[in-house]
Design a protein around this ligand. Sequence first.
Ligand SMILES: [Zn+2]
Length: 309
Amino acid sequence: MSEYPVHIEIMPKVHLIRGENRARFPEANTLVIDDEILTLVDAGSSMKNIETALKNLRHEIADIDRIILTHFHIDHKHHASKIQEISNCEILCHPLAEKGVRSFDGLVEYYGIEGNKYYNSWRNLLDIRFPDITGNYDVTGTFSNREPVDSGEIQLIPIHLPGHTLDHTCFGINGYKVLFLVDIDLTSFGPWYGNEVSDIEVFKESVDQVIAMKPKIGISSHLINPVTDNLAARLQTFRSVFDEREKRILENIGKGIDTIEKLAQVPTIYPRIPMEVYLAFEVFMLEKHIALLIRDEKIIEDDGHFRLE
Ligand SMILES: [Zn+2]
């Protein structure tokens, strides 16, 4: 038995199916909208948890009408193809997500990991943890920014908030006070932007947009409880991690840790590198910081070596 209930009610007809291991990657939460159109938002909790939650709500996988994907990431689209096989449900995503959702080649391109020296480690992780992910996903339609997706009583309002990835979309639930924040995830880890299609500055703007919306409830893909207390402060703390990382990188460069490879050995983004594959993402994210630091003339690059301006 898990040490916490598999699902909780957020509001009438809206339930959070929690991921295993407190919804930490490679798990993610799934929302179920138990409405006229039985809808999942993402499909990243374990099949066991999805099945259990549906059973408790007097449904089964075959009853699912629609899956809405927040972005193309493996821990979010994960079981969508298997669920579609069983239920013949629709799969909707943002138009910019299609390429990364539909095919594994598109996903690899969005990750920007083709030809990377850690590519095989990444593939191994997928084979062990995401065996279905290399197959195709049949996207049946797209949603449009701010055009509500109607399930009956519940309207899900897509809010395109890129940066984490180019397609990253949060959802307002019957308005903008209750937000599914997805991977603006309020974890202590902080923001993740390790793909070709991730962008630090765009991500910061997206977090600022959420802060300006003054939501009352923020549902994260990687926390098992929605955040209600001090949500504004939690968003600010999450936002501040970008600058803290930049500061640490500058300190390291000041100490003579002056190449990407050396910087990756004293990781700034990950507290530790549990598997070799994480180095690939540490490097991708360091490179994005470095590009901005060079642009802003805070550091100078000389043949792959950095020094403070
Ligand atoms: Zn993600």
